[in-house]
Write a protein that binds this ligand. Structure first.
Ligand code: 5GP
Ligand code: MN
Length: 341
């Protein structure tokens, strides 16, 4: 943030505001960790703030301190709408355009409130009075730490804030392994541990709380994996029937897509997940190196994200979607082969 932005934020927070904080739809660890981290910071500073999540999120994120205060726009619809109508200041975290909030988008677009964006995705929309956008940052949680530091509030980072921010940095960096992890990331994480982040416990809560059915579903996903060596690509499909067979719960497929990248020589991994209720195939894309899945998802599957992690969707059937995906690969043959060699 530049000094003008910092001043603008300080002025906004110096007067009474009805603040609402919003993560993207299907919030992940970074979205929930960053909204809760900021929420603790603002409420500890005596401000009035409410988090509204567009929809539900996995159980393994619900242990974070303050979670019980999050409103779910689908479940607490009238209360959430009331808060939105009253809002004078809205923080949008971990997404780059209002469409990423799903059915909340029309209400946000017509809101009179001032917006502040904190986000690390490419191509931020221009709706905020302060846009703190930095694609070089590992996570929005890392940015919320910086945001608090800019406001001179580092000494006010409580153990609750530290636990929330640590969680999102950990999940968005694949436990500090992705190339977005910098020495600054590690310094921030070290400071968060000093401030009370329970790193081992957080790891346990996120990664070691599997249900048996989730591991069986993973077995099914790995069995379904198709490896296209000629394109350095691996993809997984999961049909609605398979999800039902293994008693799918929200979040159960989190991280499955990454298994493709653990294969030697594979630099492009994809998972296609059928969602009969929404009538779509939800797709996750992952890559290593310069191959931009953000560009791929944007061009072919109405999505986006980052260079190495993106998402998208398709309205076709599962098999049609896979066929279409495979037909697009030909146009990327050179990039995929150069990258992997
Ligand atoms: P995931 O595959 O874990 O759902 O998402 C990976 C990344 O892509 C995240 O940064 C997420 O915000 C972004 N992403 C996922 N789905 C979509 C989508 O439908 N549209 C856009 N623009 N980004 C997405
Ligand atoms: Mn993120």
């Amino acid at each position: 943030m530049n000094s003008e932005d910092i001043k603008a934020i300080q002025e906004l927070l110096a007067v009474p505001q009805q603040i609402v904080i919003i993560p993207h739809k299907n919030p992940d660890g970074d979205a929930i960790g960053s909204t809760l981290g900021l929420w603790h910071y603002l409420t500890n500073s005596g401000l009035s703030a409410t988090i509204i999540a567009p929809n539900d999120y996995p159980k393994f994120l619900k242990w974070m301190p303050g979670n019980e205060h999050i409103l779910n726009f689908e479940r607490h619809n009238s209360q959430a709408k009331e808060k939105l109508a009253e809002a004078s200041l809205i923080f949008t975290l971990d997404f780059n355009h209002l469409g990423r909030t799903g059915q909340m988008a029309p209400l946000l677009e017509s809101s009179e409130a001032k917006f502040v964006m904190i986000d690390h995705h490419q191509a931020p929309s221009d709706y905020a009075v302060v846009t703190y956008s930095d694609v070089s940052k590992s996570s929005t949680c890392e940015m919320v730490y910086e945001f608090i530091a800019y406001l001179g509030g580092k000494d006010h980072i409580s153990a609750e804030i530290a636990n929330c921010l640590y969680t999102g940095i950990m999940t968005d960096t694949g436990s500090f392994k992705f190339s977005s992890t910098t020495s600054r990331t590690h310094r921030i994480v070290a400071d968060l541990i000093d401030k009370g982040a329970q790193n081992t416990e957080i790891h346990h809560q996120i990664y070691d709380t599997n249900s048996p059915s989730r591991l069986h579903l993973l077995g099914c996903a790995l069995k379904n994996m198709v490896i296209l060596e000629e394109y350095s690509t691996a993809y997984i499909t999961l049909s609605q029937e398979e999800l039902d067979r293994y008693g799918y719960n929200k979040g159960d497929t989190e991280g499955f897509v990454n298994y493709g990248l653990t294969l030697d020589g594979i630099i492009f991994a994809v998972i296609f997940i059928e969602n009969k209720e929404e009538g779509i195939i939800k797709i996750s894309f992952r890559s290593t190196g310069n191959f931009s899945v953000n560009e791929f998802a944007r061009t072919h599957f109405e999505g986006g994200g980052h260079t190495n992690a993106a998402g998208g969707k398709s309205d076709d059937t599962l098999s049609e979607t896979v066929q279409r995906f495979r037909s697009h690969l030909k146009n990327y043959e050179e990039q995929l082969l150069i990258q992997s060699s």
